[in-house]
Design a protein around this ligand. Structure first.
Ligand code: PLP
Length: 421
């Protein structure tokens, strides 16, 4: 089958008349419109096909169509806890004790003792007063700006912030100002010229496409100077970044100085799902009254809460995994740089191997897969034109031998594609 027809069939377009006859004109029109757009996405080369994993999430996975184990370097499983036996067992235990779910939002009859325990543990981990759980960090980001800001207030957002922050800010009625990526002069100029009541600076702690870090210490300094609040999304930092995994504020030596932290339970912290806001008690209390994704969406299920509880216990008692992901990262970055590759970002397990050309990135990733290494090429429009790359993500669960195997494969493919000498 030609590639194009294959993609349309994956997208549900090809052969649909035979598969499902339909009569309603409106539905027929909708299908037609969507198929046209799907074709456009395919033609633009940005159609996202999904590889189907047939094992648990791990450093070694199997995918549909092959029995071979492949080495996984593209999950956000930074601490390698996604299939940790102790966590899985505890999750099964709480599933048996507390049931599959609550069939309710929190404020009606959806709060169990374990939800309160997890909120307390997360607050303790971050050194904050209280925490509110959400179904995801996307929800936490969607719920905060609209709840706390009014038209008298202003939010200053890094232009490369995650989509969920951008969407969350779109929902609020406050003044909306974007500052250039990590550009403190631009941020200061905007803070200086506002007459807003509340001023809130919003930034990702770590930007996931480049693995680069928000200049948090200097942002905090500006916030103090202009009497602003600081909000940080720590999805790519909590649990593994900074000396003990407390995130970007620890990395940049401003522990406790950020006003509001949002993060996820769906990446390093066990990889199940869930998100949260942690910060001042009054803020958390207010969000429980006003934040729409919290008020109008089902409670986090007990088996998922259990994952968070067990991970928090592990992180509160030891930083061993944090140190392991950091040393694995250093091993990969140093050897790749020595081999002649350009690795973007700073000291972070997101290691973008910069290639420039989109087709080269895609061919490179395919070649890596033939050597049993699973990495993904990113190109425009996900990253700027001409800045295609392979984004490697390192985990604490990778062994040094696995890291070295990936490096060796990069060197072989890099030489054969003339990326390095
Ligand atoms: N914020 C950032 C920076 C992210 O990378 C992500 C996930 O991709 C999210 C928020 C959303 O997190 P969740 O998967 O918990 O909704």
């Amino acid at each position: 089958m030609p590639v194009f027809s294959k993609i349309l069939s994956l997208a549900g377009c090809a052969g649909r008349q035979q598969l499902r006859p339909y009569s309603a004109a409106a539905q027929s029109q909708l299908r037609e419109l969507l198929c046209q757009q799907l074709s456009g996405i395919q033609e633009a080369g940005t159609f996202k096909a999904e590889r189907i994993i047939t094992s648990s999430q791990s450093t070694q996975i199997t995918v549909q169509g092959s029995d071979q184990k492949i080495l996984n370097f593209c999950a956000n499983n930074y601490l390698g806890l996604a299939n940790n036996p102790e966590i899985v067992q505890y999750s099964q235990q709480l599933l048996a004790k507390y049931g599959a779910g609550l069939s309710s939002v929190r404020f009606i009859c959806g709060t169990q003792d374990i939800h309160k325990q997890l909120e307390r543990k997360i607050a303790q981990f971050h050194g904050r007063e209280d925490t509110i759980l959400y179904a995801s960090c996307f929800d936490a980001n969607a719920g905060i700006f609209e709840a706390i800001l009014t038209p008298e207030d202003a939010v200053f957002s890094d232009e490369l912030n995650h989509a969920s922050i951008i969407d969350g800010i779109r929902l609020r009625r406050a003044k909306k100002q974007r500052y250039k990526h990590r550009n403190l002069a631009d941020l200061e100029q905007q803070l200086r010229s506002t007459d807003a009541r509340l001023k809130l600076i919003a930034t990702d702690g770590v930007f996931s496409m480049d693995g680069n870090i928000a200049p948090l210490a200097r942002i905090v300094e500006l916030a103090k100077k202009y009497d602003a609040l600081v909000f940080v999304d720590e999805c790519h930092a909590t649990g593994f970044f900074g000396a003990t995994g407390r995130g970007t504020e620890e990395y940049d030596n401003v522990m406790g100085e950020v006003d509001i932290i949002n993060s996820t339970l769906g990446k390093a912290l066990g990889g199940a799902s869930g998100g949260y806001t942690t910060g001042p008690a009054e803020l958390i209390s207010f969000l429980r009254q006003k934040s729409r994704p919290y008020l109008f969406s089902n409670t986090l299920p007990p088996a998922v809460v259990a994952v968070g509880l067990k991970v928090m216990d592990m992180l509160l008692s030891s930083s061993e995994l944090t140190q392991r992901v950091q040393s694995n990262t250093q091993r990969f970055r140093e050897a790749m740089t020595k081999a002649g590759f350009t690795i973007a970002g700073e000291n972070h397990p997101i290691c973008p191997v910069m290639l420039g050309d989109a087709r080269l990135a895609s061919t490179f990733a395919d070649e890596m897969l033939t050597r049993g290494i699973y990495v993904i090429g990113f190109s425009y429009p996900v990253v700027p034109q001409g800045k295609a790359r392979i984004r490697v993500q390192i985990s604490a669960a990778h062994t040094e031998a696995e890291i070295d195997r990936a490096i060796q494969a990069f060197i072989e493919v890099g030489r054969s594609l003339k990326v390095i000498k």
